[in-house]
Design a binder for this molecule. Structure first.
Ligand SMILES: N[C@@H](CCC[C@H](N)C(=O)O)C(=O)O
Length: 281
């Protein structure tokens, strides 16, 4: 066995190991995902993006083209998630760089087809699909309860907006080294939790604790959820905002029937996994 090619990349410092697997031959077990993402015994990443033809994957939504590229996304803990906004941008950058896609194409995901536009400046716009507000709930951090809006961006989010109390404005003080408490009946499959505050009418700042990962430097679907929640609380259905996360800045647009996410996608390194290391997991 020759080893397995990989690419390492990030989108606003939400980092991924990209595994090209056009013929669907890789046996990507949860143990291998955990090892790859481990920052000591593996390459280190928030998640893995397997690049495979959609027709070779089970349980792909019926509206995804079987001949198109499919982003098989896994969280660092080995779990499967429906969608990853930063991941789609990195996935698109990989396909462009490999000469496998035009500047505009569609990425298949477990949440459905996601059209992308790769811009000359290295940014990528992803059409993130419809955003659905499905109620309100709370998150608990360090014994304090935060009200949040439940948002479905293909994956589940609880976006907590901290606006009114100046003593709560310091997002950096929140301890996200442990998962925020949440209502596991309301979110039976777990939840990504965002904490955001408004900087200006069209600018917010955000931190996130991701299901299956922990605190990350950015979460694309989370930024969309936070902007949708901010608009919802202001009684609006559409709008645009920048979102500053620890790893950089993205721009989010919410329309009547969809949403967009624009931000950078960076390919950092290419290499080959040692087959002995791979087979040990
Ligand atoms: N980082 C991602 C979201 C990845 C999936 C998430 N952790 C989940 O389990 O739903 C993004 O950029 O959207």
């Amino acid at each position: 066995m020759q080893g397995i090619d990989f690419v390492k990349g990030h989108g606003t410092e939400n980092d991924f190991v990209v595994l090209p697997d056009p013929d669907g031959k890789l046996d990507l077990t949860p143990a291998r995902v955990r090892a790859l993402c481990d920052r000591n015994r593996g390459l280190g990443a928030d998640g893995v993006l397997r690049v495979v033809r959609a027709g070779l994957v089970e349980d792909v939504p019926s509206d995804v083209d079987p001949d198109g590229w499919f982003m098989d996304y896994r969280n660092a803990d080995g779990s499967v998630a429906e969608m990853c906004g930063n991941g789609v941008r990195v996935f698109a950058a990989y396909l462009r760089e490999a000469g496998l896609a035009e500047a505009e194409f569609v990425v298949g995901t477990r949440s459905g087809p996601r059209p992308v536009v790769a811009h000359e400046d290295g940014h990528v716009t992803v059409h993130m699909g419809p955003v659905r507000i499905f109620g309100e709930s709370t998150a608990t951090v360090g014994g304090r309860e935060f009200a949040g809006v439940a948002v479905d961006v293909g994956n589940p989010h609880l976006a907590c907006l901290i606006e009114d109390d100046p003593s709560e404005l310091d997002l950096t003080a929140l301890d996200l080294t442990v998962p925020p408490g949440h209502d596991s009946v309301f979110f039976p499959h777990g939840v990504n939790v965002e904490f955001a505050r408004k900087l200006a009418p069209d600018a917010i700042q955000m931190r996130v604790h991701e299901r299956g990962v922990g605190e990350t430097r950015s979460c694309g679907t989370g930024t969309v959820a936070a902007v949708a929640a901010m608009l919802h609380l202001a009684g609006k259905r559409t709008g645009e905002s920048t979102v500053d996360i620890p790893g950089g800045r993205v721009r989010v647009g919410i329309t009547e029937d969809g949403s967009t996410l624009t931000g950078p996608a960076v390919l950092v390194a290419r290499g080959r996994l040692d087959p002995v290391w791979w087979s040990a997991y």
